[in-house]
Design a protein around this ligand. Structure first.
Ligand code: C2E
Ligand code: CA
Ligand code: CA
Length: 483
């Protein structure tokens, strides 16, 4: 991932850096000119006696007239006398000259004649009345700017219009695969700066980005470890809380009635567990059931809750279903529970086997179902159509009751494509004489639709939410529903 990103980020970064450096170089040129204008140059000019005496030479050598950029500065008087910042006159030769007006001051710009291209430099000629002041710039200053930005990365062509260009910095071969160039025109100087870069800049950025990505990857890995550790410890502490909750018997049954829509009577109810914590907070199943199922803690929770259901049974109408997962069947927990409760009332307990988790030990599960089926009301396949086993579970486990998941009931009255699946499930249920319960019925429209299709056992907010035992008993008193 990081390796794939590195060339992409490098190209982007090279471009950004190149533009930033070119701007900085252009700014250095403009600032250099400003510096020359502001550095008391005017005042220094005024102080010259134009005689080339010791004071004039000292003044030429002063920081205001000889900043770093100046190699030589030479006063050339109208009478032919010449003196420079090092005392005696300096020899130079200009090849081309052109004139500029800078702040109404005429300045000629020239390039010097030199043995080779790279030692040529720029000269400025100031016209002070009848006298001239010639400034030869120190071309190493440009080299210094370039190497400060990036040693060996750049070549700079300085092109004063009409003069032959000066080349500074590294020699960049235009054929280099990562070659880039760009120019800036500086209005006040009438100068064009062309910056070029090649492989050196690219590979420097490449390795810099590599280091950054490596550090970023380390940080991400570090954060991932912290995240995982926090997540793990939250899970571990959830496990501990659940265990405490089990020992304090904090898990209690809520019941959601299942109504036969034709009579409005209760035919049964689904037991949906709630965790009423010692501090009074009522925790919903989605906050602890996934962990309880993953960790196996669902087994002692179900054990606890079955005991409560057993006690409530005499006052419950019809059957009551308890949610189980594959692990319940594979562990033999149910048959153990039934053998310790030899009582005909357990015949009203039903089990909803969810498809959420696949059955891994099929033989064990089947044997358990065979042992328990004669003792209980029935087994229903929960969340039908959403999970692993589906039709094959029905056949192989001999289940003949299905709960149609809310996901499909939600499609009634909508354009959702799953609506076709609902109709197919109902058709299948009818043909194979399945007992069907529709879950998540929220509206009269849904209830009517299901009834018209021959699905009469309904569970959902349209009839009632899951209720605490006492509230369920109150609900019974208002029956039949809707009559
Ligand atoms: P489920 O088995 O699909 O149970 C139906 C869920 O749909 C319940 O959520 C119920 O309150 C909700 N419901 C019913 N009718 C409506 C409706 O009209 N509208 C809406 N929006 N929701 C409706 P609940 O009680 O939060 O339980 C969630 C899940 O937790 C259950 O889904 C079940 O898979 C699991 N669960 C609950 N109790 C137990 C248990 O004791 N053992 C196991 N293993 N799982 C349980
Ligand atoms: Ca269920
Ligand atoms: Ca469901």
């Amino acid at each position: 991932m990081a390796a794939a990103l590195q060339p992409l980020i490098t190209s982007y970064s090279v471009e950004q850096r190149f533009n930033r450096d070119l701007n900085e170089i252009a700014l250095t040129f403009v600032n250099g000119l400003d510096g020359f204008e502001q550095n008391n140059v005017e005042q220094a000019f005024a102080e010259l006696s134009f005689t080339c005496n010791a004071d004039d030479i000292a003044l030429l050598n002063s920081p205001s007239l000889s900043p770093a950029i100046v190699r030589f500065i030479q006063l050339e008087l109208a009478n032919g006398v010449q003196c420079s910042n090092i005392g005696p006159a300096v020899n130079y030769q200009f090849d081309h000259t052109r004139s500029l007006l800078i702040d109404s001051q005429q300045v000629d710009i020239a390039t010097t004649v030199a043995a080779n291209e790279r030692t040529r430099s720029i000269g400025y000629i100031f016209h002070l009345g009848v006298h001239r002041l010639v400034v030869l710039t120190n071309s190493s200053v440009y080299n210094e700017i370039l190497s400060n930005l990036c040693d060996d990365c750049y070549q700079l062509d300085i092109y004063y219009q009409g003069l032959s260009p000066l080349q500074r910095g590294a020699e960049i071969l235009e054929q280099s695969s990562a070659f880039i160039e760009d120019s800036r025109y500086i209005n006040v100087l009438d100068i064009t700066l062309t910056l070029k870069a090649g492989d050196v800049l690219y590979w420097r950025e490449f390795s810099r980005i590599g280091v950054m990505l490596f550090v970023a990857a380390l940080i991400v890995a570090f954060l991932a470890v912290i995240f995982y550790w926090n997540w793990q410890s939250a899970r571990v502490s959830l496990g501990m809380l659940i265990q405490k909750g089990i020992s304090r018997k904090e898990f209690i049954p809520f019941y959601q009635p299942i109504i036969d829509c034709r009579s409005g009577e209760v035919v049964g109810q689904e037991m949906l567990v709630r965790w009423r914590r010692f501090d009074g907070v009522l925790v919903q199943p989605n906050q602890f059931i996934p962990y309880a199922e993953d960790s196996g803690l669902i087994l002692p929770i179900t054990d606890l809750i079955l005991e409560r259901v057993y006690q409530d049974l005499p006052q419950l109408k019809g059957w009551v279903s308890v949610n189980i997962v594959a692990q319940h069947l594979e562990s033999g927990l149910l048959s153990q529970w039934f053998s310790s409760h030899p009582d005909p009332r357990t015949k009203r307990i039903s089990f909803e086997l969810t498809e959420r988790k696949p059955i891994t030990q099929f033989e064990l599960a089947l044997a358990e179902m065979k042992a328990v089926t004669p003792l209980c009301h029935d087994f229903k396949l929960d969340d039908f159509g959403t999970g692993f086993g589906g039709f094959s579970y029905l056949q192989r486990l001999g289940i003949n009751s299905i709960k149609i998941d809310k996901m499909f009931i939600d499609t009634i009255g909508t354009q959702d494509l799953k609506g076709a699946v609902l109709d197919a499930i109902i058709a299948f249920g009818r043909e194979s004489q399945m007992d069907m319960v529709a879950e998540g019925v929220e509206t009269r429209e849904q209830a009517d639709y299901l009834a018209a299709k021959g699905v009469y056992q309904h569970q959902g907010y349209f009839y009632s939410r899951p209720l605490a035992f006492e509230d369920l008993l109150r609900f019974y008193q208002k029956l039949p529903f809707g009559k």
